[in-house]
Design a protein around this ligand. Structure first.
Ligand code: ZN
Ligand code: ZN
Length: 163
């Protein structure tokens, strides 16, 4: 199931599953990101699904990068590392913990729920930690995410995700 994708981070014993955009939860995640993400380069969004319904939604980003240069870019920090060092990149602004927090705000328990992530091809370590401690069961990504949302891939759609 891992299609031999080499993720920048992947916790021991956990793996991700893939669905096409025809999956209604993935489609809803994309639409939520289109409307709510504050990250203009890598808009990312998540929905938390339990018993066949969406209990939480989250989109990434903060307004920090509009007024400040990214601390990670400034310091030449490689992709996937040092998110904590920049207010604009901070994991608290990633869509996965935001969707989990939203589920709790809605009075729902994310324990045993699934998370659908649109707009990225892997989850960072702080997000995996949050998902694991919230009891998220399965993590779904969009099919071909490793190509579509990967800056290193020549076939990526970064900059035209919503076209
Ligand atoms: Zn930044
Ligand atoms: Zn993250």
């Amino acid at each position: 199931m891992n299609k031999n994708i080499k993720y920048p981070y992947q916790p021991e014993g956990r793996f991700v599953l893939y669905v096409p955009l025809s999956n209604p939860f993935m489609a809803e995640a994309k639409e939520f990101g289109r409307l709510n993400s504050l990250d203009k380069t890598m808009p990312t969004s998540s929905v938390v699904v339990k018993d066949g319904k969406i209990i939480g939604r989250g989109a990434n980003g903060s307004t920090y990068h509009e007024t400040h240069e990214c601390e990670r870019v400034k310091r030449g920090i490689p992709t996937g590392q040092g998110y904590e060092l920049c207010e604009g990149c901070h994991p608290k602004n990633h869509s996965e913990p935001k969707a989990i927090a939203n589920a709790k705000e809605n009075g729902e328990d994310p324990e045993g729920a699934d998370l659908y992530l649109w707009g990225h091809w892997w989850c960072c370590e702080p997000c995996w930690k949050q998902m694991t401690s919230a009891g998220i069961k399965s993590v779904y990504l969009l099919e071909n995410s490793e190509m579509l949302f990967n800056k290193e891939s020549p076939n990526n759609i970064i900059g035209r995700q919503f076209e």
